[in-house]
Design a protein around this ligand. Structure first.
Ligand SMILES: Cc1cc2nc3c(=O)[nH]c(=O)nc-3n(C[C@H](O)[C@H](O)[C@H](O)COP(=O)(O)O)c2cc1C
Length: 244
């Protein structure tokens, strides 16, 4: 199992600790990226990705290693502490760069072979909305199974987390790691993305073609009988995150 963790902050705090504990329990190879250390660009809103392809993004050189690692992974973990009820600004800026991967535009068939987890910790509350900030992208990218894990840690750093909450973290990560291992090596699409796929397919039939999305779907036979989640997994792409 190949796991990629995208940390929504540079420091190794409580959320990082939970994400690493889960990845360790799942086992296999783990790669980690920290935001903003490994990617620090806000989306410019230039629409280049929507109008051409992601590889033409002005930030693609910096984005490519993270995009390629995510495409190759079997398990994606996005984690962020709660900052004023939401994911960190750097996590949201990172996710803004993958609008074209949403199923309503040009979904990547690789996603249907993956599982993902959105993890958040808060001192008290806001985990639900923060986890959702990340799960929205994971689900709309078409990842087969997306899990959500939010923990109220009553702390600002890992050393302060009360023992009973640490036990809850151990128990929840044990259980989740087991589910992830049981669900490995399958293909499919989550229900939300599947519904949006069919809505867009119908829209493509009834409205003038919006390029390059329409051509991307047509080339892959998605206006016919093929589906993104039927395609064989191909791990190597050139360039890694292109969506031609
Ligand atoms: C800027 C900022 C905003 C925060 N906003 C909230 C919040 O809205 N709700 C909350 O319960 N905790 C909030 N916290 C506390 C952190 O979410 C909490 O301590 C978290 O566990 C820290 O995780 P970390 O150790 O991974 O950074 C905030 C902390 C910071 C620095």
């Amino acid at each position: 199992m190949k796991t990629v963790i995208i940390h929504g902050q540079n420091h190794e705090g409580s959320t990082c600790m939970v994400a690493r504990e889960l990845a360790h329990k799942v086992g296999g190879e783990v790669r980690e990226f920290f935001l903003p250390r490994d990617f620090d660009k806000p989306c410019l809103g230039c629409y280049t990705c929507f109008q051409t392809e992601l590889s033409h993004c002005p930030h693609y050189k910096e984005l490519e290693p993270l995009a390629a690692a995510m495409l190759e992974a079997d398990l994606l973990i996005l984690e962020s502490p709660v900052y004023v009820y939401h994911a960190t600004g750097q996590m949201m800026s990172f996710l803004d760069h993958f609008g074209t991967w949403w199923v309503v535009h040009r979904p990547m068939p690789e996603m249907s072979g993956k599982q993902a987890v959105a993890i958040s910790t808060a001192a008290g509350s806001g985990m639900k909305s923060t986890v959702r900030d990340m799960a929205d992208s994971l689900e709309m990218w078409g990842i087969r199974k997306v899990y959500r894990l939010g923990v109220g840690v009553q702390a600002t750093r890992p050393e302060e987390i009360p023992d009973r909450i640490l036990e809850t973290i151990h128990r929840k990560t044990d259980r989740l790691a087991e589910r992830i291992r049981e669900n490995a090596d399958r293909r499919g699409c989550n229900r939300r993305a599947k519904m949006w796929f069919f809505i867009m397919r119908m829209a493509h039939r009834h409205f003038p073609p919006a390029e390059p999305d329409y051509g991307y779907w047509e080339k892959r036979g998605w206006h016919g009988k093929s589906r993104p989640w039927d395609a064989p997994i191909y791990k190597k792409r050139e360039p890694a995150a292109a969506s031609k």
